[in-house]
Design a binder for this molecule. Structure first.
Ligand code: SF4
Ligand code: SF4
Length: 406
C-alpha cells in the first residue's frame, strides 16, 4: 500500500499526459485518463475510496500503452503503479474465457503443444469454416480469439543453435515468445536467417517460456516472477552478447525483469542490427511496393527503440516507407486487452486503419505479434487484402546470398 501511495503521490496533476492517452481521447472522461486513474488509486490506497466494480473497471480499461509515462515531467512510474494496484485487487477481477485460455496456452508448454495440434486440425480440416458458419466461436465466447488466427503453416522444428553463415562476430540468444512459436513461424525463421547472415551465432534455449507480461498485467505478479526466473535460467551462461526479441511486447516485459543482468541484454532485433552497424543494402533486392510502418507502443514507450525498424527497412533499395501520423495512438491490441475490451480495441483499430490505408500501402509492418494479429484481423474483417508482417520478415524475403558489408 505504501508503494502505491509513494508512486501515486509523485503525480502533480498537471494533465500533460491527457492528450496522449487513447482511452481519454475516446471517452473524454477524466476517470479514463492517467491523471484520473492515479487519483483513484491514490484515494483507494489512502482509504478514502472503497473497492468497487466501477473503480476496477476504470483501472482495467487502461491499455498499459504507457504513452503517458513518456511525457510525464514528474516521471510517475505509471506502469508499475497500475500493475501493483491490479495485484492488490486481483480477487475482484474476472478474466474472460478467452483471456484465461490464452494465459493457459502461453504459460504451459504441454498445453501449447496440444494447442498447436488442435489449431492444425481446426484450420486444415475445414472445421474452422464449419464452426464459423454455425457461429460456434460466438456461442462458446471464443470469437475474439478465433478472429485473430492467421492461416496455419506447419512450423519447421527449431534447433537449439544456428551458426553464423559468414565469419562469426558474436553470439546472441533468440527469445521466440509463446505466441511467436505458435502463430508466427515465418518471423522466427526470418530472425534466424538474418542474424546468421549478419555474422551472429544464434542460440535458442529450449527451456525458455512466456515472458510473463500477460500474468503481470492481469495482477498475477507471482506467476510473472516464476516465468521470468525460468527465462533467466534458460539464457544464463550461454556467452551471449545480447538477447534478441522479435515481439516488442515480450521485449518490454523482459527489459523490466528484476534480474538486471538479463534485462540489460534484451534488445529488439531491428535495433540490434542497426546498433551492430549491419549494412544489408548490397544484399537486398529492391522493393517497389510502399510499406506502412506501425510502431508498437511497447517498442516506443518502454523499449524506446522505435528507430531501429525504420533504419533497417530503409536499407531496402527503392522502398517507400510511410509512417502513421503522430495523432494515431495505440492500435488497441495491448496484450489480452483486445479480447476483453473489444469495443475500445475496435475503435482504436478503426482510427489506425483509416490512417494506414490512406496512402494505399503494399505491406504493413509491425514489430509486435499482438499488434500484427489484431491489425490483420481488422483488415480481413474489412475484406482488405493487405499483408501484415514483421520488419525482419520483409528483410529476410529481400535478402540474397551476396556478402554483407559490416
Ligand atoms: S503528466 Fe505525470 S504528473 Fe502530470 S498529470 Fe500526468 S501523470 Fe500526473
Ligand atoms: S497507459 Fe495508455 S491507456 Fe493507460 S492511462 Fe497511460 S496513456 Fe492512457
Amino acid at each position: 500500500m505504501n508503494n502505491l501511495l509513494a508512486d501515486a503521490d509523485l503525480c502533480v496533476k498537471c494533465g500533460l499526459c491527457l492528450p496522449h492517452c487513447p482511452t481519454y481521447n475516446q471517452t473524454q472522461n477524466e476517470n479514463e485518463s492517467p491523471r484520473g486513474r492515479i487519483a483513484l488509486i491514490q484515494a483507494w490506497a489512502g482509504k478514502h475510496l472503497e473497492t468497487s466494480k466501477k473503480l476496477v473497471e476504470h483501472i482495467d480499461n487502461c491499455l498499459l500503452c504507457r504513452s503517458c509515462e513518456q511525457v510525464c515531467p514528474a516521471v510517475v512510474p505509471y506502469g508499475r503503479l497500475i500493475n501493483n494496484f491490479r495485484e492488490h485487487i486481483q480477487t475482484e477481477r474476472h478474466s474472460t474465457l478467452a483471456v484465461s485460455l490464452l494465459k493457459t496456452v502461453s504459460q504451459n508448454k504441454n498445453v501449447s503443444r496440444l494447442a498447436e495440434s488442435g489449431l492444425r486440425f481446426y484450420q486444415t480440416t475445414g472445421l474452422q469454416k464449419t464452426a464459423r458458419f454455425l457461429k460456434l466461436p460466438e456461442l462458446l465466447r471464443l470469437d475474439k480469439i478465433d478472429r485473430l488466427l492467421p492461416d496455419y503453416h506447419k512450423p519447421a522444428p527449431l534447433a537449439p543453435y544456428y551458426p553464423a553463415t559468414i565469419t562469426a562476430r558474436g553470439q546472441v540468444g533468440l527469445f521466440i515468445g509463446c505466441m511467436g512459436s505458435l502463430l508466427d513461424h515465418e518471423t522466427v525463421d526470418a530472425a534466424i536467417k538474418v542474424l546468421t547472415a549478419a555474422g551472429f551465432n544464434v542460440v535458442i534455449p529450449e527451456q525458455q517460456t512466456c515472458c510473463g507480461a500477460l500474468a503481470l498485467h492481469g495482477g498475477d505478479s507471482e506467476t510473472s516472477k516464476q516465468l521470468a526466473s525460468i527465462n533467466c535460467t534458460a539464457f544464463a551462461d550461454k556467452n551471449l552478447d545480447a538477447i534478441i526479441t522479435i515481439a516488442s511486447g515480450c521485449g518490454s516485459q523482459m527489459r523490466e525483469y528484476q534480474q538486471t543482468e538479463l534485462a540489460g541484454k534484451v534488445i529488439d532485433i531491428s535495433q540490434f542490427l542497426i546498433k551492430s552497424a549491419c549494412d544489408f543494402s548490397e544484399r537486398l533486392l529492391p522493393l517497389t511496393a510502399s510499406v506502412c510502418l506501425h510502431t508498437p507502443c511497447s517498442l516506443k514507450n518502454v523499449m524506446r527503440e522505435e528507430q531501429g525498424a525504420l533504419k533497417l527497412l530503409q536499407q531496402i533499395p527503392t522502398i517507400k516507407i510511410t509512417q502513421l501520423p503522430a495523432t494515431i495512438q495505440c492500435c488497441g491490441s495491448a496484450g489480452s486487452y483486445m479480447l476483453d475490451h473489444p469495443r475500445m480495441a475496435q475503435a482504436l483499430l478503426n482510427n489506425l486503419l483509416t490512417a494506414a490505408l490512406e496512402p494505399q500501402p503494399g505491406y504493413l509492418v509491425s514489430s509486435n505479434i499482438g499488434c500484427a494479429l489484431h491489425i490483420a484481423a481488422g483488415l480481413r474483417e474489412r475484406g482488405i487484402a493487405l499483408e501484415v508482417l514483421h520488419p525482419i520478415t520483409l528483410i529476410a524475403r529481400q535478402l540474397t546470398s551476396n556478402r554483407m558489408t559490416n
